[in-house]
Design a protein around this ligand. Sequence first.
Ligand SMILES: [Zn+2]
Length: 306
Amino acid sequence: MPHAETVELIPNAGWDERILVCRNGTLVNVFIVVTARYVVVVDTLINPATAQQLVDCAQPYLPGRQLLVVNTHADYDHAWGNQLFAGPRAPYPAPILAHRLAAAQFDAPEVAANLAQMQAEEPAIFGPVELTKPTITFDAALTIDGGDLTLRLFPTPGHTPDHIAIYLPEIRTLLPGDAAELPFPLARTADGLPAMRAGLAALANLHAETVLYCHAPVEAGPQLLHDNLAYFDALEAACRAALAQDPGLDPDQVDDLAAAVGCAYADVTPRGGAWDRVHPYYRTEGHAQQLQMMLTWLRGSGQGQA
Ligand SMILES: [Zn+2]
């Protein structure tokens, strides 16, 4: 699917007006949090042109406030507009805050290869991208005291090792990044899967009133956290049953994992509304990939024999 360079402000549907939600096509939502002290851009989109449009949205609030930038993680749809904020030619110099492991992600050879491939496929969109690391990193947690609003940044690894989420306690609002999404977040490794599920449980335990996701409609609400947890619980149950039947079941040797495990996408996700309009990837490869992670984790940890 080709990428779009449009960025539009989503009309406020009842969340705190100090949070602006900006949508890049159908790819991703990112956020601008306007506090008394700071304007915090949460994720920088896919390239300098889309990041520029974020700055345009933030501009009316910048007089008298320091600009801060946060990367929830280093993925291309969240951090490839960073060059606007750091580096010798940055037009809007600002601290870029992220988890310590985000910086390492920018150095990974597969990221450079991914960028080169995307530049070849869509030169107008990705040609101008210069990978730009965060400039302030943290390990355990970081608190931004905006004066009226507090942003608590904390690790939620699993989707990626560097992933963080953000909670604003005064308005009981959660920005989970890609730690939760419609129809489910994607663990990239078998080890990441239990971490991601623990992160989801921690996010649900915050009992946020408002949850604004990067990859779900703004009206999805806190229930999606529970739906995501239920999805992985159902996957675990199906995979345990399959391994009980066939302890030698090797996910790397099976073509159609959903059939082999007896766990189709439709069996383990709600129906209707936005659930029926998710990208086909999730129903097919995305679902199969999560089954593979689950089976690999259960086999590797010996938990499949429990
Ligand atoms: Zn994303």
